[in-house]
Design a protein around this ligand. Structure first.
Ligand code: UDX
Length: 501
């Protein structure tokens, strides 16, 4: 494996910089650990606050202490509290908040990044900078320091490709469009998706014809995508057998694309292959995990429980939450529901109806944050009601659990269309939140359509596992990527490396 192949090369130093939110920190920590296993020197940038949360809620320090070349560095996060998508806060317009957070973070991160990029000694000097797709301000610093950049985009290839197509969509007048107008019309200007992508399946910020905040976000994404195209390489947390045709589209604009996912499973596989297997305890939760739900699951029959979780940033209105809750109870299925304290944007009106409380007591179990990976792998889980966040989607694929999708924002609208229409591994409930629909679709996923969904899911799940095993596409891609990172450090930076800039 990579460890052996790269042992004799000089040690390159990789700097990794994620957007400081759960869905980005998790896969980038997985990537960091995979690079550590190949004996690369890695520095990982966290915000102070996230680092404290990781230290409180996980074994992160012990987990990384065994890698001698690994260091955490932290960025002060004293930007205005309203611009922090923190676990404790309830943020309604999350995209706007994320953008404001990046703008707040940039000047605070810059001195540390400069110090690392310019390095005081040759051994300290960063030889390659892996930057989150949201943080393109860091590209200019890398360029100045002549350090090659690898872009890491946390969402699916299909979600990313839809971002790449925004300029064409705007030029053709397909975007922006008014919400509730011809939402089922097929989109013409996303190559490779012309037969099935509807307006409602485009990233959420394509909606809002009259909203300047959406326009601002579209401009922001267009700039970010431009930067991604400038990077030496692009890493995606996906695999060839799942998104091959869309990866080809992305390759038409970025020549070196490395799909190396699903990263969480890839890391587990490589940790397990060590001569003395290292622990697989790789939680990156910014929240305190409530493990009591696994004992509750132990008492339930096989595939009888629907797991309900909407990731780290989704918020509901009080009405939506009540519809969802009523639908869960009316479905008469067991449900394990992650209700983060900040999941609703407003307080509930009036008392909770008695039948909901009664139904929840009989068949439900609520936690504030679950050990999701463990839950999805539990034999009692038969379906996953999800917001179609990309990490959750990949975790469900590896666990072989069919999904019911209620996408919230951004790439999730595209992901849920692929889950339902292209891969056939789930159903899509987007743009509705009505108790009778929730009830009906839960029953479809858990009973009526269970067999066909499970058949497709089994095939895709097997393909995912093959891709990360020795000889598989993601496994080989990661080995090539490590070779490239080694080569970059030998060449000594941007001037002499094969830049596409
Ligand atoms: C976001 C976007 O949704 C996603 O599409 C994007 O590409 C990355 O960032 P988030 O909304 O938080 O992330 O969802 P998701 O990508 O699914 O990530 C959530 C992570 O939190 C998953 O790894 C999941 O396992 C974990 N989680 C969630 C828990 O460990 N426990 C829980 O109770 C809920």
């Amino acid at each position: 494996m990579a460890k052996m192949e790269h042992q004799s090369s000089p040690t390159p130093h990789v700097l990794i910089f994620p957007l400081p939110v759960q869905g980005h920190v998790t896969p980038m920590l997985h990537l960091a650990e995979l690079l550590c296993l190949a004996h690369l020197q890695v520095t990982f940038l966290n915000t102070n606050h996230n680092h404290q949360l990781l230290t409180q809620n996980t074994n992160i320090e012990a987990r990384f202490s065994r890698y001698l070349g690994f260091t955490f560095k932290t960025i002060p996060d004293d930007w205005p509290p309203q611009n922090r998508p923190r676990p404790q806060a309830s943020n309604v317009n999350i995209m706007k908040i994320l953008k404001a957070m990046v703008e707040g973070m940039a000047p605070r991160a810059e001195p540390l990044i400069r110090e690392l990029l310019f390095g005081t000694t040759e051994t300290d000097k960063v030889t390659c900078f892996i930057i989150d797709g949201w943080l393109s301000f860091a590209y200019d610093l890398a360029k100045e320091a002549e350090v090659p950049v690898i872009a890491f985009r946390c969402s699916s290839a299909c979600g990313n490709w839809s971002y790449f197509c925004i300029p064409q969509l705007i030029e053709a007048g397909e975007v922006p469009f008014k919400e509730n107008e011809e939402m089922d019309r097929i989109v013409c200007n996303v190559l490779g998706m012309e037969s099935f992508l509807r307006y409602r399946d485009l990233p959420s910020f394509c909606r809002g014809k009259d909203k300047s905040s959406c326009d601002d976000l579209r401009q922001y994404f267009m700039r970010e995508v431009q930067q991604t195209k400038q990077a030496q390489f692009l890493i995606l947390n996906t695999f060839e057998d799942l998104e091959g045709p869309i990866l080809s589209q992305i390759r038409s604009q970025c020549s070196q694309v490395y799909p190396i996912g699903p990263l969480h499973a890839h890391l587990k596989y490589r940790l397990g292959k060590e001569e003395t297997p290292l622990s697989n305890n790789s939680s990156s939760s910014l929240w305190e995990v409530d493990k009591s739900c696994t004992s509750w699951l132990d008492l339930k029959p096989d595939k009888s429980v629907i797991y309900v979780s909407f990731g780290s940033t989704t918020t509901f209105t009080a009405d939506q939450l009540m519809e969802l809750w009523a639908g869960l109870v009316q479905s008469k299925k067991y449900f394990l529901w992650v209700v983060r304290p900040n999941i609703i944007a407003s307080s509930l009106d009036g008392p909770i109806p008695e039948d909901l409380l009664e139904g929840t007591k009989k068949r439900g179990y609520k936690v504030k944050w679950a050990p999701q990976d463990e839950v999805l792998a539990h034999r009692a889980i038969g379906g996953f009601l999800t917001h179609s966040g990309w990490n959750s989607t990949l975790e469900s694929i590896i666990a072989g659990v069919p999904m019911l999708c209620w996408p919230y924002f951004s790439d999730q609208q595209v992901n849920s269309r692929f889950v339902s229409q292209v891969w056939g591994i789930g159903l899509d409930m987007k743009d509705t939140c009505d108790r009778s629909i929730v009830e009906k679709m839960i029953n479809e996923v858990m009973d009526e359509k269970k067999e066909e969904l499970c058949r497709s899911m089994d095939n895709i799940s097997q393909a995912a596992k093959r891709s990360i095993a020795e000889g598989g596409s993601s496994y080989s891609n990661l080995n090539h990527l490590i070779d490239e990172i080694q080569a970059m450090s030998k060449k000594g930076g941007l001037k002499s490396s094969s830049s596409h800039q």
